[in-house]
Design a protein around this ligand. Structure first.
Ligand SMILES: Nc1ncnc2c1ncn2[C@@H]1O[C@H](COP(=O)(O)OP(=O)(O)O)[C@@H](O)[C@H]1O
Ligand SMILES: [Mg+2]
Length: 367
């Protein structure tokens, strides 16, 4: 089989400075053996630089990189034995699909019979066994990227590094390949380190996601933990959509608190603070609801007017003007909508105390 023994990766206090630019600023994380970790962040946040340092193409300014308990910080790239896939397909245009995949084995001077066998296995793994004789230009973008994957896996690398490998593909193909990559990861059992700026992609595929901003990891964890309990406004906003309410804590009891927002008082479960503290609360659009009548306590509720709505197939986005709060976005599944909700209609915006998350406000402009 193509699966090799899985390895763990440890990044310790990694820094990479270009003059005064701190591309990577004291980053530490661990990728467990056989795990799928994604580095997620906006453009320029340092994702590629970290991946290139792991691959050995960027010399860190300081810090260490370990595979299991072996320090590899200064090891040349060719001695690291990592598979890599990049955004561009980067296949050799003059070599057939089969010869492209054979390339890493030929460089390593593996015997002919082994090359034939492994190339077949690798192409079967990405469901391209029937296209071994084609030239790259005769393949679609998605097929070319699968060949690149087969070529990266064929020599049984210690781990696979992928830098935005799907970003050149259209949306539908990208979604298909996300599933395929995830299933491939499960079948080969290898450690994968994936880089993307696409939050949905990160959530869909990863065991763990590390969110980067300005060269630093701002939060990391399993996708659901990051989505459900973002610690900061940046994370809540970057990982999905969110509304934000700012207010002042009135009372707290260790389980949660109540806070005042203009003339309204809301309950927040899961949260700490002291009376008088300012708070910022993240409200995911899909955790809000619209009701015709004022709901019974203890649900939070505000009168609101429907400003506009848009239907997108599986759901409907509503823009509401909430009394004393401002504009709020609500997303409801379209099959749940009973009566038509018209623009201008007065409704109740409601949510449960445990549907929201207090976050730190880190979106004041960074210096
Ligand atoms: N070779 C380089 N020389 C100077 N600055 C660089 C170099 N490579 C990256 N940078 C800078 O480092 C920061 C992080 O870049 P990068 O790792 O490519 O980000 P990402 O992959 O998240 O878009 C950016 O500000 C970028 O301009
Ligand atoms: Mg990049």
């Amino acid at each position: 089989m193509l699966s090799a023994r899985a390895h763990s990766l440890h990044i310790r206090n990694l820094c990479k400075h270009y003059g005064r630019v701190k591309a990577v600023d004291d980053v530490s994380f661990t990728v467990a053996r056989g795990s799928f970790l994604t580095l997620l962040g906006p453009s320029g946040s340092g994702k590629t630089t970290i991946l290139m340092a792991i691959a050995g193409f960027v010399d860190p300014t300081s810090g260490d990189i370990l595979v299991d308990d072996r320090v590899i910080t200064t090891l040349p790239p060719e001695q690291r034995n990592f598979g890599m896939v990049f955004q561009g397909y980067a296949l050799f245009p003059h070599l057939s699909v089969g010869d492209n995949v054979a390339f890493p084995l030929n460089v390593r001077k593996r015997p002919k019979s082994e090359v034939t066998e492994r190339v077949k296995q690798a192409l079967d793994l990405v469901q391209l066994g029937h296209l071994a004789d084609r030239m790259p230009k005769q393949l679609s973008g998605g097929q070319q990227q699968r060949v690149a994957l087969a070529r990266a896996l064929v020599f049984q690398p210690e781990m696979l590094l992928l830098d935005e490998p799907l970003s050149a593909l259209d949306k539908k193909l990208r979604a298909e390949l996300q599933w395929e990559l995830k299933s491939l990861h499960e079948r080969v059992g290898m450690t994968f380190i994936y880089v993307t700026h696409d939050q949905e992609e990160a959530l869909t595929m990863s065991d763990e996601v590390a969110i980067l901003r300005d060269g630093k990891i701002v939060q990391s964890g399993p996708p659901s933990a990051l989505y459900e309990t973002p610690r900061t406004r940046f994370v809540a906003d970057f990982l999905g959509k969110s509304n934000f309410l700012s207010g002042t804590i009135e009372a707290a009891d260790g389980q949660g608190f109540t806070y005042r927002c203009g003339q309204h008082r809301f309950a927040q479960a899961r949260g700490t603070g002291r009376p008088g503290d300012s708070v910022l609360v993240s409200l995911r659009p899909e955790k809000l609801d619209i009701a015709a009548d004022k709901p019974a306590a203890p649900a939070n509720a505000i009168p609101a007017d429907i400003l506009r709505w848009s239907y997108f197939g599986t759901g409907v986005h509503f823009q509401l003007q909430a009394e004393g709060i401002g504009e709020v976005t609500v997303t409801r599944p379209s099959w749940r909508l009973a009566a038509p909700l018209e623009v201008g209609k007065r409704v109740w915006l409601t949510w449960d105390a445990d549907a929201t998350t207090p976050v730190a406000d880190d979106l004041r402009p960074a210096s």
